[in-house]
Structures are given as C-alpha cells and as structure tokens.
Design a protein around this ligand. Structure first.
Ligand SMILES: NC(=O)c1ccc[n+]([C@@H]2O[C@H](COP(=O)([O-])OP(=O)(O)OC[C@H]3O[C@@H](n4cnc5c(N)ncnc54)[C@H](O)[C@@H]3O)[C@@H](O)[C@H]2O)c1
Ligand SMILES: O=C(O)C(=O)CC1(C(=O)O)C=CC(O)C=C1
Length: 365
C-alpha cells in the first residue's frame, strides 16, 4: 500500500468515510478515536485497516488526515497538529458541519505550510457512533469542500481524487457561504425539530394522550431531534450568528402566520400552504439528490404474513435492506410496503427477486 490515510474520530461520519476510503486501491486506512470502545469496534467491524495506538506517530506517516470529530474537538486537534512533525505534502481535511471557525483555525496551519482543505459531506443521520457507519452513506450526496481561495489546485485535485471513492458529488463553496446555507437547510431545522419535541413534552403534561396521537407527520418533522446532542451543541454554537439571523426571520414569519389566523383569513392561509407545497414539491430531495435512500414501493395485498414472505425472499438472496415500513394501510385498499436499500444495485436485485416470486406491482420514487 502506497498511501496512508488517518481518520481521527470514527463515529457515524468518520467511520463511514473510513469504510468508503478502504475501496481506494493502494490505500491504508488507519483510524483513531478517543473512545476505547469505539477503537475496539473499529477493529472488530473492519472499519479501518488498522487502529492507531499512538495518534501522533500515525499522523507523521499520513498522506491525508481527516477529522470525523465534533467540530469543537476538531479545533483542538488542529491546534495539536501544529506541534507535530508531519509529512511535507500531507493534506488535512475534516467532515464538520460548520466551516467558518475551522477555516479560521486553518489559517494558523497555513502559516506553518500545512495544507488544510475544509470538507463537509451533506449526508448523515440522527443515529450516531461507529455502529451506524456505512460505506455508502455519502453516495450521491453533495460533499462540500471549502479550500482557501488561493489553495494550490493540485492539492484540491488530490483530495477530490481520494474522495471520489465516497461516490459523493463534490462541490466547492466559500466557508462563509457554506455556514449561511447550512444554517438554513440543516442547523436551523434541528432547532425547530427540538423545539417541537419540547412543546409536545409540555403539552403532554396537561393532556397525557397527546404523544400517543403523534403519527407520521410529527415523526417525520422531528426525526432529527433524536440526533447526538453533543454534536449539535458544537454546531449550533459555532454557527450561532447565522442561527440568530434565521431565528429572527422565523419569528417574523410566525407573527405573520399568527396575524392571518387571528384575522380568520382563509385565502391568505391557503396561499401560505400552497406556496410551501409548490416549493417543497420542486425540491430535489425526493429524487435522492440530497439523501441516499433507494426506496422500493411494493403494492401488497392485505393477508397475514405478506411482509415476512417478501423479506424472506430477499433474505434468501442475501439482499440487505436498510429500512422497511408500511404506508397508507386501510382495510379496503392495498398497503404500500416501502423497502429501503443502500444502493441502486441492491434495489434492482430486490425488484427482480420479488418479481420472480409474486405479481405484486412495484415502483421506485
Ligand atoms: N451526524 C450527521 O448527520 C453529520 C453529517 C455530516 C457531518 N457531520 C459532522 O461529522 C462530525 C462527526 O459527527 P458524527 O455524526 O459522526 O458524530 P458521532 O457522535 O457519530 O461520532 C463522533 C466520534 O468522534 C469521537 N470523538 C469525540 N471527541 C473526540 C476527540 N477529541 N478525539 C477523537 N475522537 C473524538 C467520538 O468518540 C465518536 O466516535 C461532526 O463534526 C459533525 O458536525 C455530521
Ligand atoms: O439526515 C439527518 O439526520 C441529518 O441530520 C443529516 C444532516 C442534515 O441536517 O441534513 C446533518 C448534519 C449535516 O452536517 C449534514 C446532514
């Protein structure tokens, strides 16, 4: 193996990156995590080729170093790196959800002629930790790089060449633009999701049945409230200026909605929902441009055991599924079974497999 890649922080994102980079030929992936349990799992689950005993020693031999750590821990590691004797051409990157403070810290590395190119894969989950890591997590997702304006193009190309093994779509953005846009589409929604859960918690004290009535709508909009609180503490504090701006805009918007409701204004409230529907329906989210889910919709008749029958066929052919759920089941209509796969190939294999055993109708979204 001719190139050494060190990944520091082997949770959901660092672990997924390490797994993806193992597909790169002649690359040895070495990993380190502050948690002993995670280091043991990294070895047991083959998330890395090797776990580093001494992270500084591993860093000295590395051609690339990635941080999969919470963003405040990344800043601390970047400080430490300045003391180490690294390879002259080493390229350092991160996966953090914020970029402004990290690129500011990178200026200090730059003064020591250490190359740092910020990175952020726009894919993830509310799950955390190494056990949730998947080699295909970043497939088809945007992977943002925030190089310095005058970064040597060869360094950017070298990083892109390596990251192509994630199968993500790499884009370059300025750090400050990154922090504004991710506040809108990622960081602020996490605050909203958490606030809705807090509101339910309070309401439930008065009407204890409320949480039992929470169905698909509440579940969908609050899924991300189950994310790792420590990760989101660091992200929201590092990007707090942008978030305060988003919060002000949201409060203004809520005042506007309140006024419409108080005035019992049917036309304006319908127009409000109509506009939101048009914008939401036109987003590329459902086509998988943002998220890596390969869903297969199977129209299943309503008889006992139908779901285990289908999962049994898939298991026989060793096709692994990432999620399974039934939507829109009523006694008088067919149910729709939604099965999610890690990649397009698995979904195609599953379609063939189900077709060979049943005449159920299937479609992909
Ligand atoms: N969760 C997401 O959806 C998502 C998506 C894109 C990017 N990110 C970013 O990826 C990074 C990692 O997030 P995650 O979701 O993988 O979190 P995670 O909790 O799954 O993993 C973080 C890992 O870092 C380790 N760690 C913590 N402090 C450390 C330190 N000082 N030194 C070494 N290891 C340390 C933890 O033990 C853990 O294994 C964060 O910067 C986050 O902003 C997260
Ligand atoms: O899918 C999720 O659960 C995520 O929260 C992923 C998500 C997001 O907000 O979209 C979270 C943080 C990121 O930095 C990038 C992606």
């Amino acid at each position: 193996m001719t190139r050494n890649v060190l990944v520091i922080g082997l949770g959901l994102i660092g672990g997924s990156l390490a797994l993806a980079l193992q597909k790169s030929p002649e690359t040895k992936v070495i990993g380190y995590d502050i948690s002993e349990k995670t280091r043991e799992l990294a070895e047991a689950l083959n998330v890395v080729h090797e776990v580093a005993e001494d992270v500084e020693e591993a860093a000295k031999k590395a051609d690339f170093i990635f941080f999969g750590t919470p963003v405040n821990a990344t800043l601390e590691w970047m400080d430490q790196l300045k003391q180490w004797q690294l390879k002259k051409n080493v390229i350092i990157s991160d996966t953090g959800s914020t970029k402004g403070l990290i690129m500011k810290k990178a200026e200090e590395l730059r003064e020591q002629r250490i190359t740092f190119i910020g990175g952020h894969p726009m894919a993830g989950s509310h799950k955390s930790g190494i056990a949730a890591a998947k080699p295909y997590l970043f497939e088809n997702a945007y992977y943002i790089l925030t190089p310095f304006d005058d970064e040597d193009g060869n360094n950017i190309i070298a990083l892109q060449q390596l990251l192509k093994f994630t199968l993500a779509k790499i884009v370059k953005i300025k750090a400050e633009e990154h922090d504004h846009m991710t506040a809108v589409v990622s960081h602020f929604p996490h605050i909203v999701a958490a606030s809705l859960v807090h509101q339910l918690h309070e309401e439930n004290k008065k009407f204890p049945m409320t949480s039992m009535l929470a169905a698909g709508g509440f579940r969908d909009i609050t899924r991300i409230a189950s994310s790792n609180p420590m990760i989101w503490r660091d992200i929201t504090l590092q990007n707090r200026n942008e978030l305060v701006g988003q919060l002000d805009a949201w409060i203004d918007e809520m005042h506007r909605v309140k006024k419409i409701l108080l005035e019992n204004d049917d036309k304006t409230i319908e127009a409000y929902f109509q506009k939101a529907k048009e914008v939401r329906d036109a987003l590329p989210i459902s086509t998988g441009a943002f998220y890596t889910t390969y869903d297969l919709y199977v129209d299943i008749p309503d008889y006992p055991g139908v779901i285990s029958e289908i999962t049994g066929y898939l298991a026989e052919e060793k096709i692994s599924i990432t999620n399974i759920r039934v939507v829109e089941t009523r006694e008088d209509v067919f149910g729709i079974l939604v099965i999610s796969f890690q990649n397009e190939k698995d979904r195609e294999k599953a379609m063939k497999c189900i077709r060979s055993h049943t005449n159920f109708e299937m479609h992909v979204s």
